[in-house]
Design a protein around this ligand. Sequence first.
Ligand code: FAD
Ligand code: NAI
Length: 471
Amino acid sequence: MAEQYDLVVIGGGPGGYAAAIRASQLGLKAACIEKRPNKAFGGTCLNVGCIPSKALLDSSEMYETTLHKLSRHGIKVGSIALDLEAMLKRKDKVVSDLTGGIAGLFKKYKVTPLYGTGKLLGGGKVEVTAADGNKIILEAKHILLATGSESIELPFMKFDGKYIGSSTDALNYNPVPKHLIVVGGGYIGLELASVWKRLGSKVTVLEFLPRLLAICDGEVSSEVQKILTKQGMEFHLETKVTGASVKGDQITVTAQAKDGKALSFTGDRVLVAVGRRPFTAGLGLDEAGVKFDAKSGRIEVDSHFKTSAAGVYAIGDLIAGPMLAHKATEEGIVFAEQLTGMKPHINYDAIPSVIYIWPEVSSVGLTEEQLKEKGVEYRVGKFKFAATGRARAMDEIDGWVKVLADAKTDRVLGVHILGPRASDLIAECVTIMEYKGSAEDIARCTHSHPTLSEAVGEAARMAWSGNPINS
Ligand code: FAD
Ligand code: NAI
């Protein structure tokens, strides 16, 4: 007889594993299926995404600091050398510690881990095929699809495992590429370009659109371009990549500039980072009657994550919205709570995003461009980190906080931060937006001194009253 569950989750990423744990905490019998051959849960995020990329970003930032910033603090060091082998090993250890942690959480919360590839059979049945070909069938009252996404491949530049690769390859370059050509100036392009630039690569970024980081506030994008150019990266915007060819140990990427001029770039590695698409191959969507958008591949769901097939749900990178780990996790938790009769909700207008270049970029809510497009009257409060004591003490004075508030009600509509530890500073703004707070609310909260958070308080004070104290 088939094993019976209340909930079977297909995909053990930040969406799927969080849903399985929350469901089990709430009394459901839950199983989570993961197909990675190394049996590691955590999905793209822990295995080949957020965590390894941040481990390398932190390590490479330390290298950069040691090379170029310590002397400004009066610290002299002897000869400095890069041990790439050790840096990559540390990254792998961070990953294995965290994925092992999920196995521990499953044990603690009595989630059944299942290793293999899950497939919908229809009628509440799921088939799991193990690596050795062994199959088992599960029966579930509810089935959650959380199979995430995969890198988009350019048809004329297929991943070849050596010269042309995805983010996964770019987490393991060894030796450091001499010249890394990055196709796509988005999240992955800029984060991984930063890693390898700091470790010694020449970096050229080719972007199709007229600006980097198209999802960001326009002022952030142009400032990021200036700062990264100062760090030594080369950018070609409005550049259409047309092909690539390998000769000897070099690869040449051909492209077309906006004015039609033919361009070519020769390097030793190409990172293609032109977006990701939902991963649904072999899931049995058609057989089970799960509708998805043919163009984007995203599965269609209602506000309770229900798909068009009874008892089948989907979350995370598989459905609409930003492809971010915290969005997937939030959906996983809310899904499980809704299933057990609770009434939580997700405010999609208050999901933050962070780009972990240096200085960091973070944002929540609407950009100035979006406010203009919607015809909303708004006030801008902008405060430079250079005017805060803490940024001066740290010698990290690039960037600013920009608070956008409704001109009539003062309600915070968006916050955009470019600066040191912007990743942590955005949390306060998310809370304020979640509670529909005003710029005055932020300004009137006491911000410790001296901290970088004072820039948030001052930007809010400016948006609300037009008068910051320290500028
Ligand atoms: P995934 O994490 O993709 O997990 C899906 C899992 O399902 C995978 O492990 C897959 O093996 C498994 N699976 C697929 N099909 C099957 C099947 N049929 N049977 C069983 N298992 C299956 N987001 C952030 O918020 N912050 C970051 O800093 C960040 N950095 C990133 C860096 C990189 C280089 C990349 C590539 C992504 C990054 N992301 C980041 C995005 C983030 O990783 C994703 O948004 C997130 O992992 C999506 O979670 P998910 O649970 O929907 O799917
Ligand atoms: P992206 O959507 O962020 O950026 C892709 C870029 O490639 C865009 O600027 C696009 O205009 C450009 N592009 C598309 N086709 C092109 C072409 N043919 N030639 C040149 N440029 C082209 O996608 P990316 O960087 O691949 O990341 C995928 C997703 O992963 C992100 O959207 C994000 O959701 C997630 N992610 C999140 C991170 C974070 O939260 N810090 C870090 C890394 C990834």
